[in-house]
Design a protein around this ligand. Structure first.
Ligand SMILES: [Zn+2]
Length: 270
């Protein structure tokens, strides 16, 4: 006769217990769409987060796109064709990619990610980021995997929110792709005011000295490629400032992945 220890028994029945718990929770709090509140979810690849309509309203950013900034193009300009923005003001990083346009549904997902502690949201967003940033996560030439560095929050803000949404995204991405995550190498030492409504020069000044690389930890990035992880790219000033600090610390190859990005000229009302 099999004799199971209590731990073995628990391990054996854990999946069934979890499932029963899930069913019970679903009865107590039926899942509803995080964007519109509709109650009829499931069966469309968006798990228990979005209804079919809101899922359909997410605007994934796919090819053709600018190889540097990741901005979507209306026409394919070939693999080397850059956007006018990337030519006029080349970014300090190599490539940026975002999973979707920062429209209404994406905005809701990010605000829930920031202000309600629901790790399944991070996992959901990270799943979309994995496919949008696939070129950044694989380096076919030398088989080397990058390190993920989330955009840090100022200590005070992190204390208020209890967690950093970019770190949650980076950890979910790291788990999906088997990549290292380094959330403590760069610190945000200046609490910056929101960038909205500031000119390019004001944004630069606002972010000057905002990030500092920790000298005792930066050695871990030596010789490695870094992918910065952000929730949303708006003007690009934050990732530019962080890229420059990492470059100053000796990191040579830097890419960026975010969940969403503002795309001027695309209807973002959905
Ligand atoms: Zn909905």
């Amino acid at each position: 006769m099999d004799k199971n220890t209590p731990i073995e028994l628990l391990t054996k029945f854990m999946p069934a217990l979890k499932q029963a718990g899930g069913v019970l929770l679903d009865q107590l709090y039926p899942p509803s769409c995080v964007h519109c509140g509709a109650g009829n979810l499931g069966g469309h690849g968006a798990s228990n987060l979005l209804c079919a309509q809101c899922w359909g309203n997410l605007r994934p950013i796919t090819r053709p796109l600018c190889p540097r900034l990741g901005l979507p193009f209306d026409f394919d300009l070939g693999t080397e064709g850059l956007s006018a923005q990337a030519i006029a003001d080349p970014p300090p990083y190599q490539r940026a990619r975002a999973a979707c346009v920062h429209n209404g549904v994406a905005r809701t997902l990010i605000s829930k990610l920031k202000f309600s502690d629901r790790p399944e949201l991070g996992k959901f967003c990270a799943t979309l980021m994995v496919s949008a940033g696939h070129e950044l996560f694989e380096d076919k030439e030398n088989g080397e995997s990058p390190v993920l560095v989330p955009v840090p929050l100022h200590r005070r803000r992190q204390w208020q929110r209890r967690y950093n949404q970019s770190t949650q995204l980076a950890q979910a991405l790291g788990a999906l792709r088997g990549l290292d995550v380094e959330p403590f190498i760069v610190q945000r030492v200046k609490s910056t005011r929101p960038q909205i409504g500031l000119s390019a020069e004001q944004r630069k000044r606002n972010l000057a000295g905002a990030f500092v690389a920790q000298p005792s930890l930066v050695e871990r990035l030596r010789g490695r490629r870094v992918v910065i992880v952000d929730d949303v790219i708006t003007t690009g000033s934050t990732i530019n400032a962080l890229t420059k600090v990492l470059q100053g610390a000796g990191v040579e190859r830097i890419d960026v992945i975010s969940f969403s990005r503002v795309v001027i000229g695309i209807d973002d009302s959905l």
